[in-house]
Design a protein around this ligand. Sequence first.
Ligand code: AHR
Length: 498
Amino acid sequence: PRAHITLDSKAVIAPVRRRTFGSFVEHLGRCVYTGLYEPGHPSANDEGFRMDVVELVRELGSTTVRYPGGNFVSGFRWEDSVGPREKRPVRRDLAWHSLESNQVGLDEFARWLRLTGSELMLAVNVATRGILPALDLLEYANHPSGTALSDLRIANGTPEPHNVRMWCLGNEMDGPWQTGFMTADDYGKIAARTAAAMKAADKDLELVVCGSSGSGMPTFGDWERTVLEHTYDHVDYISCHAYYQEHDGDLGSFLASALDMDYFIDTVVATADHVGHKKRSDKKINISFDEWNVWYLNEHQGFAAVQDEWRHAPRQLEDQYTVADAVVVGNLLMTLLRRSDRVTSASLAQLVNVIAPIMTEPGGPAWRQTTFYPFSLTSRLASGEVIRPVIDSPAYTTARHGEASVVDAVATVDEDRAAVFLVNRDLAEAAQVTIDVRGIAPSRVAEAVTLADSDPYAKNTLEDQNRVTPAANKSATLADGLLTIELPPTSWTAIALR
Ligand code: AHR
């Protein structure tokens, strides 16, 4: 296939939002314990944090990190996780049927975030707790000093407030699997009251109300409308969550998953704006796409294996990602960038071991999954403003998402640099792409890298950690304002221009 793309620096969609490159750490499986925290590991610092993981998180370039859940938060008492470690209780986590030792809590996690240079985004438990515990957590986390809970934080060894800006009002409250799930009406009322109380303490907080946990939920659309009718004046974001996987060997549909994400965003934006118009409000509610990834839900959920036993940090959701998965992840991130007008925060779910770009072995190495690369390269190269490319590409028909273009792309432009991100969804053939870059006037190709493999199911494993890595794409040439490049079948590519 041949595709032609035209770039124009004036076709600005929105600024590149650094929070688009957020991630997610849940107390689930081995994300925290033996993931980012493992006292006694050869790379552990004084506090027990694995510095090999810290290095990889820095390289990944994730920005905001959502914490501590996820489904976990709906059974969580935040007070368990602060203060002297030897006094912290072990609790049962019903969400993942495991034991929580609380050895890592808010203060430790905030210190870990500083090692990685990331921003903390906290979720409060509105499912099984109430307004007061949420306010208490806010006081503990953000009040400078001179109150019971801020002084408790100081006594616990954290003199400076954490100053958390983004707060999630619960998690996936529409899901019957959620401890304390609710109807949209019940949740909307509780979320509005919690949000109003939190903003009474600090009017500049950025609050995220729960949207649907997937566009396939039976209540999708109605949920958003009802919840926003209650909360519109009190919140700033509505969340979207989406996980994709290949079904029944239909790789063509899977590679077009970004179309579903686009449809999801369109619907939520339309619904939010509908509620806003009805309220005659000038305010716009943006999207926090705070869970997105590839997840082989059916295969790896692992509930069956842990039903009868309460274990600490069991292996759960440890998906091993393929080249095709990385192409989809890269394409989903392109979609999030392209929708930066309304998606102003996002979190790849998750960060370490649990459906994650980074894997670890207890006492052993940490390594990059295939999906690490498109995320890390996009985070490093995207800057300035997102521009809308005009894409002329052949299309193919998918069973799940209708017509999909073979080549998809997005671009960003900054003062002295630009970047183009591309996928070729063709399973068998390379795509010959010509990009008219006269509208952004670069002088040279600084870097062109492609993630591809003769086997789209190739992965990185403990035994073979570098089976899949991006390679320089030597076909990229720039002459007379035209950039030409060949994209291998089932591939993701980044081009940096100067
Ligand atoms: O990311 C894994 C789980 O997926 C989260 O805990 C939950 O919010 C979602 O269902």
